[in-house]
Ligand binder design. Structure first.
Ligand code: ADP
Ligand code: ASP
Ligand code: MG
Length: 422
């Protein structure tokens, strides 16, 4: 008997018909004799709809009330899946975030799971009940509902898997694995048999939304075996063990896979893009110690993550322009905070631009292979794509470009690194 966590994303849960297919897959897994906990997302599009209501109600919304609104999507689907499983003759019940409970810390709308009380859950599973858990939601130190940031149900699933010591965490989605890039943009993208935690972490953090970044970090830390696979397997669902998904593996396991000849290692594992960043330029900031801290401290205090940063040498002596990016959803708050501190910071103008995208190439092979960045710059230049900012890490190079050129850039790079499928 194995203990399995199964997570189903928004597209898999979009409507009662789809939920019935999901229930069928879950029923088969349980019929194997496995203990099963299921983590579900809201129906596709539902969280966006709820976020829009919050924006309409108050553009500078209180994140605590935002959480009350957006957590409701998963409550609906968890109840519906439990009902559908019961209709198929399975014993099943839902467990809301506050009922387990899933304790979280830090800011509303981007809370982090601290721990999950799994005693009641384990007892119910041992009694043969299928547990259905709404992803994305938890309970904060103040007893109020929290949510984990967009795509957070992946993290809920991995956290539940860690808490109950699951043998595997299967992430069912609308693609059948992790590809060299988003298969919706590049038809010739290639499915990977396995990806290391480190590479997946980097890919997710630069926009490959197939897994939420935190879910990968948590899986790596807790040693949770994560597999990405499709929930669209036809009417007669096949058990996960027979499906060729993508396994997220440690570096040692990857070495074994390569040694056995099951895969070849490329310098570049994948290409990702992110259209959810916005650029802020502060002009004529005093060029003196402490000026940069004055800009970024208030943003950090408000839990706004700053990504790329460029400080240009100013035209006039003693002044400089500072350019950086923040998540688009945080732009109004960031702008308001900076305006409030105009005097302290001493900038002249604040210019914002949401029409930018970040495109990144990721691969462990970069550590030992030079020339990855120059291939990127040259391929983009050949297509007349202008680079507005660059950032790098040991296994990643990112560029900021005009949003309209995102898809073209991803395709060009996919070809340039020899990733296109035959
Ligand atoms: P879910 O609702 O199941 O959580 P998401 O929409 O969050 O699904 O994530 C799945 C989507 O991720 C796919 O439909 C695909 O468009 C996108 N995606 C981006 N990069 C990749 C990649 N490298 N491999 C697979 N899918 C990717
Ligand atoms: N429903 C949430 C979202 O759309 C969480 C998730 O689906 O993972 O972001
Ligand atoms: Mg997702």
């Amino acid at each position: 008997m194995a203990r399995i966590v199964m997570k189903f994303g928004g597209t898999s849960m979009a409507g009662t018909e789809r939920i019935r297919r999901v229930a069928n897959i879950v029923r088969k897994q349980a019929a194997n004799g496995d203990q099963v906990a299921v983590v579900v997302s809201a129906m596709a599009g539902e969280t966006d709809r709820l976020v829009n209501f919050c924006r309409e109600a108050n553009p500078l919304y209180d994140p605590a009330e935002y959480d009350v609104v957006v957590a409701s999507g998963e409550q609906v689907t968890s109840g519906l899946l439990a009902l559908t499983l019961q209709a198929l003759g399975c014993k099943a019940r839902s467990w809301l975030g506050w009922q387990l409970p899933v304790h979280t810390v830090e800011a509303h709308a981007k809370a982090r799971i601290e721990d999950i009380d799994s005693d009641a859950l384990l007892a119910s599973m041992a009694a043969g009940e299928i547990a259905v858990i709404p992803g994305f939601q938890g309970i904060g130190g103040d007893g109020r509902v929290t949510t984990l940031g967009r795509g957070g149900s992946d993290t809920s699933a991995v956290a539940v898997a860690a808490a109950i010591g699951a043998d595997r965490c299967d992430i069912y989605t609308d693609v059948d694995g992790v590809y060299t890039t988003d298969p919706r943009i590049v038809a010739k993208a290639r499915k990977q048999k396995a990806v290391t935690y480190e590479e997946m972490l980097e890919l997710a953090s630069v926009g490959a939304k197939v897994l939420q970044t935190r879910s990968v970090g948590l899986a790596m830390k807790e040693g949770v075996r994560v597999q990405v696979l499709s929930s669209f397997t036809g009417d007669d669902a096949v058990p996960a063990d027979e499906l060729p998904g993508t396994m997220i593996v440690s570096e040692e396991e990857m070495e074994q896979i390569l040694e056995d000849g099951h895969m070849e290692r490329q310098h570049v594992t994948g290409i990702a893009h992110d259209k959810n960043e916005a650029k802020i330029i502060l002009t004529r900031v005093p060029d003196k110690p402490g000026a940069v801290a004055n800009i970024f401290s208030p943003l950090a205090d408000a839990s706004i993550n700053v990504d790329m940063i460029i400080q240009n040498v100013g035209r006039d002596k003693g002044e400089t322009d500072v350019t950086f990016t923040v998540p688009q959803t945080d732009l109004p708050r960031a702008q308001a905070l900076l305006e409030d501190r105009r005097e302290d910071i001493g900038f002249n103008r604040i210019i914002t631009d949401s029409h930018v995208a970040k495109v990144s190439v990721v691969g462990v092979g970069m550590k030992s292979h030079a020339g990855v960045a120059s291939t990127m710059f040259k391929s983009l230049a050949d297509r007349g794509i202008n680079i507005q900012a660059i950032s790098t890490s040991e296994i990643k190079v990112s560029v900021m470009i005009d949003e309209d050129e995102t898809e073209l850039a991803v395709r060009v790079l996919h070809t340039a690194y020899g990733l296109d499928a035959d």
